[in-house]
Design a protein around this ligand. Sequence first.
Ligand code: GDP
Ligand code: IMO
Ligand code: MG
Length: 427
Amino acid sequence: MPALVLLGAQWGDEGKGKATDLLGGSVDYVVRYQGGNNAGHTVVVGDQKYALHLLPSGILTPECTPVIGNGVVVDPSVLFSELNGLNERGVDTSKLLISGNAHIITPYNVTVDKVTERFLGKRKIGTTGRGIGPTYADKINRVGIRVQDLYDESILTQKVEAALDGKNQLLTKVFNRRAIEVEQIVEELLTYADRLKPYVADTVLVLNQALDDDKVVLFEGGQGTLLDIDHGTYPFVTSSNPTAGGACTGSGVGPTKISRVIGILKAYTTRVGAGPFPTELFDADGDALRRIGGERGVTTGRDRRCGWFDAVIARYATRVNGLTDFFLTKLDVLTGWEEIPVCVAYEIDGKRVEELPYSQTDFHHAKPIYENLPGWSEDITKAKTFADLPKNAQAYVKALEEMSGAPISAIGVGPGRTETIEVNSFI
Ligand code: GDP
Ligand code: IMO
Ligand code: MG
């Protein structure tokens, strides 16, 4: 039975939240498999706008069971405030399931994230400051705290001690900060235990049984392919695997169960934080994309860096994720340009390069080679079928599809749930 992965094909903020929400009505489970509250997914339902950070976007569909998988890092205080916010707006969140193996973002992880960035100075990554990197570092260093640890005070205390031993040395001797008390952390973490308890489950078993029972499971990525710790623009990346393989490790569902991998692709490109971005614009076009596209971070409120569509990146995303489909979003934002440049290849040290270079040095030197496609001026936000789009908008979509290497099965023409053209059905 279908297990679908839906992930970002660029540097995040492609419109994953909207895409997940759109499919929410036809799926039984929506699973976050990596990342944490560094994500910011906007979903617009009627005149209501929701900003989700940690919770899967399926939480807005009553029939859907939202799941936070083992690969996610959970800040309990953020989780509760997000749940409270939704409950106040009448959203039932009681079906949520959280893996007992998910790691907890502790207050010291948030401190270390912020202090490290400050120390890096102009070399900083521009993280969201949510403690994501240090929490995954603790996981890999085997000094992480997991959700299940909240239910054994003695083990929790030992683990917090192990985690703080080295960190306190670093905080006091290198970063010139005060040491963090083990007891204070344990006490705070224990205050979350009771409220978390009803949600904690063996999500690996639940999801595999659901698939055996022919249920439809959707994996919703946070961030995007180029922010992947292995396949992204390292070191300017997040500390997890948003790419398709992450859906398996971050949920305990095997790769043979995944039937479709959908890449969410913005009709232009954006990036938040530091790092290379070949098609970035520093002119009036960049400002216009930012203004018309509302390109301001949902999590940190930072302006997003904006640029033209980059087909080299899209081809790369098709390859490293094994994409079966694209969901092209924000086509409406491009309405009004006479010509729309699209990056088809790079020039690196005088040579034309068709594929993303594996070398960081080369990528930093990549200059976009553009092809100009004819634009359109008609309002497309009411388009319901591909045929409703102006001829030039159709040609733009077809050209992107050709260059990117997978069919474009849906097209976003506005932020609302209904402002989508379905070309092929996903389920
Ligand atoms: P995510 O992190 O991938 O879920 O994306 P964000 O929510 O951070 O950013 C995408 C933004 O684009 C949100 O404000 C969405 O409401 C909006 N959006 C999504 N799809 C479309 C679309 O097709 N057209 C327009 N105009 N806005 C869209
Ligand atoms: P969604 O799910 C865009 C970026 C940060 C920074 C880098 C590392 O909404 O697409 P981190 O706090 O993760 O250690 O920061 O990754 N980043 C995102 N950029 N969208 C996101 O999420 C992001 N999550 C992290 O800006 O450059
Ligand atoms: Mg976002």
